[in-house]
Design a protein. Structure first.
Length: 286
């Protein structure tokens, strides 16, 4: 039987992001990185002293992840870009498609970036999931997706979890690092409960997923059983990630876009203290 709990969510960073997304803990810098896709901004927040930064990107930015040598890799409207530690920008993989933009992305255990795309009009099959190696070599792994979203790996790296939001499913693949094999449904979200969006896998191998239009997070055990639902005050949580001391605090990005009367916390970065136990992420190898 699953456990339902009320929200202990607090505001970590008060903001009015149109489409907050992609929280990622940057272990080397002791900070959280997240984006406002439609605001073309990359935000950082260091809980230890409250320090914040905002980087304005040249295009809509679907995700920003730490790089092994410092700086950030970003999933932009027209492809993948790199920011060096001094702020210098350059394209790593330039792939403009009219009407399409980058969306969620994740770094695999081997240091490659798995970057999703979607059409602005969310037309069926208009997006992709592409593996971008540290040297910029790009391989489309999943064509014909609609809204490429949450992506993460099991603790042993042998399984990859993936969300194409309109399907209302979290799918799981067996993977050897570069290929995806044996796709199957891992968990499904029933109509009326929202759409699965960003996700993270914790140290126990459980999958946490944000429910867009569902005002909640869910946690599924490695065998696909729903064991926890955390209700939130905001209608459109977008993604979640563990960070802070011991990777025990769960950070949640939220959105205001499309809402006539958004909750006062919508668009802010939220946190649930001591919600579980996360895993250190892998920085992008390029």
């Amino acid at each position: 039987m699953s456990q339902a709990t009320g929200s202990r969510a607090e505001i970590a960073v008060r903001a009015t992001a149109e489409l907050g997304e992609g929280p990622t803990w940057d272990t080397a810098a002791d900070r959280l990185v997240w984006v406002d896709i439609l605001g073309s901004r990359v935000h950082t927040y260091r809980p230890s002293d409250g320090r914040r930064t905002v980087l304005l990107t040249p295009q809509h930015v679907g995700a920003a992840k730490p790089r092994a040598g410092g700086g950030l890799v970003v999933n932009l409207r027209d492809g993948i870009g790199l920011y060096d530690p001094d702020g210098t920008f350059r394209h790593l993989h330039h792939d403009p498609v009219p009407g399409r933009r980058g969306n969620d992305a994740a770094v695999a255990p081997d240091g490659a970036l798995w970057a999703g795309t979607m059409r602005y009009d969310e037309s069926t099959g208009g997006g992709t999931l592409t593996r971008v190696a540290p040297d910029g070599t790009a391989t489309t792994v999943l064509p014909d997706v609609t809204v490429s979203n949450g992506t993460d790996w099991s603790p042993d790296g042998t399984r990859m979890y993936y969300v194409d939001s309109p399907t209302r499913r979290i799918d799981v693949f067996r993977t050897d690092g570069e290929r995806l094999l044996d796709r199957r449904e891992f968990a499904a979200v029933e109509p009326g409960a929202g759409f699965p969006d960003g996700l993270t896998v914790d140290a126990e191998g459980c999958v946490w997923v944000a429910l867009w239009d569902g005002a909640a997070l869910r946690r599924y055990t490695p065998d696909g059983r729903l064991d926890r639902t955390v209700h939130l005050p905001v209608r459109r949580p977008t993604a979640c990630a563990f960070g802070g001391p011991g990777l025990r605090d769960l950070y949640i990005t939220t959105a205001r876009t499309g809402l006539d009367r958004p909750h006062p916390m919508a668009g802010s970065l939220l946190v649930i203290p001591d919600a579980g136990h996360g895993r250190p992420g892998t920085p992008f190898g390029g």
